[in-house]
Write a protein that binds this ligand. Structure first.
Ligand SMILES: Cc1cc2nc3c(=O)[nH]c(=O)nc-3n(C[C@H](O)[C@H](O)[C@H](O)COP(=O)(O)OP(=O)(O)OC[C@H]3O[C@@H](n4cnc5c(N)ncnc54)[C@H](O)[C@@H]3O)c2cc1C
Length: 355
């Protein structure tokens, strides 16, 4: 079976890798560089505690399945690519902003999730200033999403995939009501199945109802005497993610519907920095080492689109919004099975629900 995938983010690359393993011939067309897009801009959290508080049940189930797959997926991908993903299970601390938030957290505290007071919180993260305590999730993980994109690219190519960077798909051709080829300015790629995995740009190709949601992130570098926090810290409407192998702390992220604009702004930089300094006052002495923006792919109901479209042979994997890095192993496996006709679409994620 010949599959053409549009977009080399973690979704397109992960699904492509699994399809190659199943014996398909896979070509990925990428408008810019592989592993770019939101997959490059993200913070890499596998945030099953913080991001899923208000999630609908199907999304929670997908997230928990993905989370369970991550350790095995990372080991397999590291072996296949020879690259580390820096999967870090250092935990996450969610600090309460006020008594009401603390009460909500108390209601969530079960299993390994437990409430910590201010002193316990500071024992976990000595950089913290005054705080009300919050929720401690001891095994929550994060990964270097840029390393993930590179590792997936290497594994995809090693498994025999074809990848064309700087080659944008401009049209999907149909024959007899079926997607049959993808056209770019440079060529025509025949396919038995076409997968749109073009992230926030998916709507530009086939009226797939996904909108871009801009997010900005800054990176801070500590003075030589200061250590990075061990766990991920959430509070003051930001999160702080340590990257020990890079010696920096990511602080993110803004949320803004601003079209396809990805320019970093002074206002976002100052807001992120001020919020992080409220959480950890000594960050005032840290150096701003980077600042970027990316576009999250969001669907009208906030749930992913994973499966067939109304056009035979045309599939979409998109709308992962804030959790596309977390979802990677589950989407790779489940979309490959769907394209191969080995499984059924999950109704809540059926792209045809917007038809
Ligand atoms: C600031 C920020 C922080 C985030 N933090 C997290 C986090 O901590 N944890 C988490 O799980 N998720 C996070 N996310 C969300 C996550 O990054 C995305 O859900 C995920 O990366 C989407 O992957 P994707 O492969 O679908 O899209 P992308 O990574 O955007 O890839 C799509 C690719 O398609 C290409 N493309 C577009 N149009 C065409 C075309 N016509 N032809 C060819 N190629 C095309 C693009 O160039 C791009 O490379 C974050 C996102 C942002 C922006």
């Amino acid at each position: 079976m010949k599959v053409v995938i549009i977009g080399a983010g973690v979704a397109g690359l992960g699904i492509g890798w699994r399809l190659l393993q199943a014996g398909c011939a896979v070509t990925i067309l990428e408008r810019a560089q592989a592993g770019g897009g939101a997959s490059w801009a993200a913070a890499g959290m596998l945030a099953v505690t913080a991001e899923l508080e208000d999630a609908a049940e199907p999304e929670r189930t997908l997230a928990l399945r993905a989370s369970a797959l991550w350790p095995g997926f990372a080991a397999e991908l590291e072996a296949a690519s020879g690259r580390s993903l820096f999967l870090n299970a250092g935990g996450a601390l969610l600090l309460a902003g006020d008594g009401a938030e603390l009460a909500v957290m108390q209601a969530r505290a079960e299993g390994e999730l437990r409430i910590v007071d201010a002193a316990d919180a500071r024992a976990q993260v000595p950089l913290l200033g005054d705080n009300l305590g919050g929720l401690w999730s001891p095994h929550e993980s994060h990964v270097d999403n840029r390393a993930l994109g590179e590792a997936l690219t290497i594994a995809f190519l090693k498994a025999g995939g074809l990848l064309y960077p700087n080659e944008a798909a401009v049209r999907i051709e149909e024959r007899g009501g079926r997607a049959s080829a993808v056209l770019t300015p440079y060529g025509r790629y025949d396919a038995d199945a076409v997968l749109v995995a073009a992230g926030a740009w998916s709507s530009l190709l086939d009226q797939i109802p996904i909108v871009p949601v801009k997010g900005e992130v800054i990176a801070l570098m500590p003075p030589t005497s200061a250590a990075l926090p061990g766990p991920v810290v959430w509070g003051e409407h930001v999160y702080c993610v340590p990257r020990p192998h890079l010696g920096r702390l990511l602080v993110g992220a803004t949320v803004e519907e601003a079209g396809f604009d990805t320019s970093p702004t002074v206002a976002a930089r100052d807001h992120l920095r001020a919020s992080a300094e409220k959480l950890m006052p000594s960050l005032r002495g840290w150096t701003l080492s980077d600042h970027w923006a990316g576009l999250r792919p969001k669907s009208p109901d906030g749930l992913p689109l994973l499966g067939p479209t109304a056009t035979a042979g045309l599939f979409v994997a998109g709308g992962q919004y804030r959790n596309g890095i977390l979802f990677t192993p589950a989407i790779a496996a489940e979309m490959a099975d769907l394209i191969l006709g080995k499984s059924q679409v999950i109704p809540a994620f059926d792209p045809r629900r917007f038809a």
